[in-house]
Structure formats: structure tokens, C-alpha cells
Design a protein around this ligand. Structure first.
Ligand SMILES: NC(=O)c1ccc[n+]([C@@H]2O[C@H](COP(=O)([O-])OP(=O)(O)OC[C@H]3O[C@@H](n4cnc5c(N)ncnc54)[C@H](O)[C@@H]3O)[C@@H](O)[C@H]2O)c1
Length: 442
């Protein structure tokens, strides 16, 4: 099948590459000329394991093209995906300007029936807004062309995006149109060989399903962080508690790791946007507010622990802090809303210097913060330790799990580790004579 995808970010590019890989003929379109020029040269705008090979294979096979030409992309296919950003507005609600601008472009250029699929995460009612915008433009053009608007939210995880897309837990399709339903079945048929993964529902439920999933996951994290903070005060070990509750199949082990807060481009903005939706309908979403505020507090915990250890935030001035991990989670270079940013910005505010290492996010860090005297990006995790006053682990990259503790002791000025991800065994740290602070353990 032929399809066009607006937006070549994490979602659009992965969607385009994976749908081309199963045999569809895909045109990816973006307004960012540099991104498209780079993609044409094989340079990807994001780091996602395995994506470059899939893009290359499908470009070479002629099934995947990149363009900035709106008219070409719209003429190419009946199926038009919208996968552009929906960043938070000033008040936290989802900013729909990019989604609606794509809807308008489609309406201005379409000559025949189109299925417009919203893959971006959008509030309930957005499909109606897209419908209205397209109808308005078509009316201005003085013609009547049939079209359907479908909600097909994306559930891929950065860092595992390819496998998530190719083997999805479920494919949510919100539509009442018989024609769109038929075409969606055809489009996703290659993903249903093992078992049927499509769940059809009405459009509003599909839109809400995406927010419900992210809000549930964020709530699980904030719940565990709340308990971790209490465990610390009570003298309990949250890791024991985690195992104890995870054994209950009604709770399960997934997504109950305590830590230094959730980040990324989805959970923070989606919890906020759902809260705004609640406010707009006059509903007081107390649990969502708590999830967000517990997370904001948690992102400050590492800095608080550092300040306490050194005798106050003002004592951090002139100190050098080694940081392992900048991305908001492992296996991605995405630093949007990352806990590392909260920590670094608080350290800089106190006059401390940061010496950081991340396996893939250092270019992104440089892009965000530019050159500054109080930030040095080091080529290896060992180099980041050199003459630092403390080590802080912010992202649980695999390569941080079993470090050379002797080296840590020799490289740091004083052997002290602040572990935002509970990677190490506190008893081992006692044996190693390392002062060790973690989350929810004593
Ligand atoms: N990143 C994730 O893990 C993830 C997962 C599931 C859902 N989502 C949702 O998917 C959507 C996209 O997220 P993302 O992380 O891929 O965003 P992104 O910021 O990485 O990419 C968005 C892209 O859209 C492009 N764009 C903006 N306006 C455009 C237009 N009019 N025409 C063509 N391109 C345009 C931008 O230039 C950019 O390249 C968001 O709603 C997000 O919440 C993201």
C-alpha cells in the first residue's frame, strides 16, 4: 500500500521505516529541510538502535522516500499519517498547531478520498477538530471530497522502538468508518500473522487510551517513588518491598522501579495534558496532579542528597560532580525533560561543575547547553570520574551496572556515589568503603 507520513521524528521515522520494511511504499515528509536533506544522505535525526539499517535497506529498495514537498506527499497516497509533535502549550495542554497545520495542508492539496490518521498523541476531540479544519478548507475550495479521520495512537518506547513497532502489544484504531476500517486491516495485516493485534474502537476512546496508558505508567513510577521516600525515613528497603509486591500477579514486576523521576517527551507532557483536559471538562483529576507533583519532587532528590552530603547547597560551589547518564532513559539520546537536566541545572546554580558521560546523548547535551565552562563532556565513563568530588548515576545504562569500583575509588577525590537508579548492592558498597546513597534504601 502507498502511504505518506508527516513528521520524521521518533514516531514518524520509525513508523515510516517499519511500514516500508513490511512492504508498503512510504513517503516521509517534514518541514525541517535540514532533517530531510540529512535523511536523504542517510544521516538520521535521532539515535535509535537498528533504525539506520532499516532506513538504508528501504531507501535502497525504493520503498522509502523523504521530501519537504507537501503536494507530492499528499498525491502519493490515500493514507496520510500525522506524526508531528504535540508539545505542551503554555498552560500544559497539548499544542495542536502542528497537527492542524498538517490537516490544513492535506485539505488544500487533496484531489481524491483520503484517510487521515492521527498517530500523534492528541487530546480527546482532536479528530473532530481535524475533521472540522479539513471540511472548512474543502468548503473554501468549493468542492466536496470524501475523507475519514482515524485515531491510531502510537505506543512505541524509545530505545526499543523498532521491536515495539514490529511486534506491538496492540494496535489501537479509532474509527466508525467501514472503508477506513477495511484499509487499516490491510495496512496492519503483516503485524497480525501471529495473532490479531488490532483493537477497533470509537475515535474518542482511542484518543483517551493513549493518555490512559501513559498516565497509568507514570502513576506507577510516582507511586514507587513516594514509597521509596517513605522507606528511607522508615528504615525499610524499597528494593525488598518492590520484590515483595511485584510477586503479586495483580501488581507485577514491570514499571515499579524506584528512581530519580520520569522524564522524556511523553510522560510529563501527557500527564499534564490529561490534567488540562480534566480541568476543561470541570473535573478535578487529583491522582494525575499528584503523579506530576511527586515526579517533580523526585527529580530534585539527587541534588538534595548531594547538598545534604556536602553540608548545604552553598557548599557545592567549586565542586566537580561526575555524572553517568544524560538521556532520560537508556538506549536513546533523547534528553527531553530528563532528570539529568534538573540535576545539572541545580548544580550549576550552586556553582558546581559537571563532568558527564553518556554512551549516546552527549551530542544532544551539547546541542541543548552549548559550550559552557561548568560542563565538560568526557569520552568515557572512567574519564568522567577524574578528580571529581562525587559520582552521580542518573541513567541506568547497561555499561554502568558493573563498574570497576577500585578505579572509581582512585579517580574520585572522595569515594562517594549517588545512585539514582539503585544499580549497586549497598552491602557491597560498605565492603568497598564507598559512601553510597541510593533511592529508598538505607
Ligand atoms: N517519542 C516517543 O517515544 C513517542 C511515543 C509515542 C507517541 N509519541 C507522540 O508522537 C508525536 C510525535 O512525537 P515525536 O517524539 O516523534 O516528535 P519529534 O519532535 O521527534 O518529531 C516531530 C517532527 O514533526 C515535524 N513537523 C512539525 N510540523 C510539521 C508539518 N507541518 N509537516 C511535517 N512535519 C512537521 C518536526 O519538524 C519534527 O521533525 C507526539 O504527539 C508524541 O507525543 C511519541
Amino acid at each position: 500500500m502507498k502511504l505518506s507520513i508527516f513528521g520524521t521524528g521518533y514516531v514518524g521515522l520509525v513508523t515510516g521505516a517499519c511500514l516500508a520494511d513490511v512492504g508498503h511504499n512510504v513517503v516521509c515528509i517534514d518541514v525541517d529541510q535540514t532533517k530531510i536533506d540529512n535523511l536523504k544522505k542517510g544521516v538520521l535525526p535521532i539515535w535509535e538502535s537498528g533504525l539506520d539499517a532499516i532506513v538504508e535497506r528501504n531507501v535502497n529498495a525504493g520503498r522509502l522516500q523523504f521530501t519537504t514537498n507537501v503536494a507530492t506527499a499528499i498525491q502519493h497516497a490515500e493514507i496520510q499519517f500525522i506524526a508531528v509533535g504535540t508539545p505542551p502549550d503554555e498552560d500544559g495542554s497539548a499544542d495542536l498547531q502542528y497537527v492542524l497545520s498538517v490537516a490544513e495542508s492535506i485539505a488544500r492539496n487533496m484531489q481524491s478520498y483520503k484517510i487521515i490518521i492521527n498517530k500523534s498523541t492528541v487530546p480527546v476531540g482532536t479528530a473532530d477538530k481535524v475533521q472540522a479544519r479539513v471540511e472548512q478548507v474543502l468548503a473554501e475550495r468549493g468542492g466536496k471530497i470524501a475523507f475519514d479521520v482515524v485515531s491510531n495512537p502510537e505506543f512505541l518506547k524509545e530505545g526499543a522502538a523498532i521491536s515495539d513497532f514490529l511486534k506491538p502489544d496492540r494496535i489501537i484504531i479509532g474509527t466508525q468508518s467501514i472503508e477506513a476500517r477495511k484499509r487499516m486491516n490491510e495496512l496492519y495485516e503483516p503485524f497480525n500473522r501471529n495473532h490479531e493485534r488490532i483493537i477497533f474502537m470509537d475515535v474518542k476512546s482511542a484518543e483517551l487510551t493513549k493518555y490512559a496508558a501513559n498516565a497509568m505508567l507514570a502513576t506507577k513510577i510516582s507511586f514507587m517513588n513516594e514509597l521509596a521516600n517513605m522507606a528511607e525515613i522508615l528504615g525499610a528497603d524499597i528494593e525488598e518491598v518492590r520484590k515483595g509486591i511485584g510477586a503479586d500477579p495483580r501488581i507485577g514486576y514491570h514499571f515499579i522501579y524506584p528512581g530519580c523521576g520520569y522524564g522524556g517527551s511523553c510522560f510529563p507532557k501527557d500527564v499534564q495534558a490529561l490534567e488540562r483536559t480534566a480541568a476543561q471538562i470541570g473535573y478535578n483529576a487529583e491522582l494525575l496532579k499528584a503523579t506530576e507533583s511527586v515526579n517533580n519532587r523526585q527529580k530534585a532528590r539527587l541534588f538534595e542528597k548531594l547538598a545534604k552530603h556536602f553540608g548545604g547547597a552553598n557548599k557545592l560551589s567549586g565542586k566537580t560532580i561526575a555524572i553517568w547518564g544524560l538521556s532520560f532513559k537508556p538506549n536513546t539520546d533523547d534528553m527531553r525533560e530528563a532528570p539529568s537536566r534538573t540535576l545539572m541545572e541545580a548544580l550549576w546554580q550552586s556553582g558546581a561543575k559537571v563532568q558527564a558521560f553518556d554512551p549516546v546523548a552527549m551530542d544532544e547535551c551539547q546541542r541543548i547547553y552549548g559550550r559552557r565552562a561548568d560542563l565538560t563532556l568526557m569520552g568515557t565513563k572512567e574519564a568522567a570520574l577524574r578528580h571529581a568530588d562525587a559520582l552521580v548515576i542518573v541513567t541506568e545504562w547497561q555499561q554502568f551496572r558493573a563498574p570497576d569500583f577500585d578505579l572509581i575509588k582512585t579517580e574520585l577525590k572522595t569515594p562517594v556515589i549517588f545512585d539514582g537508579r539503585n544499580l549497586y548492592n549497598p552491602e557491597r558498597m560498605v565492603r568497598e568503603c564507598i559512601t553510597y546513597y541510593s533511592m529508598g534504601r538505607n
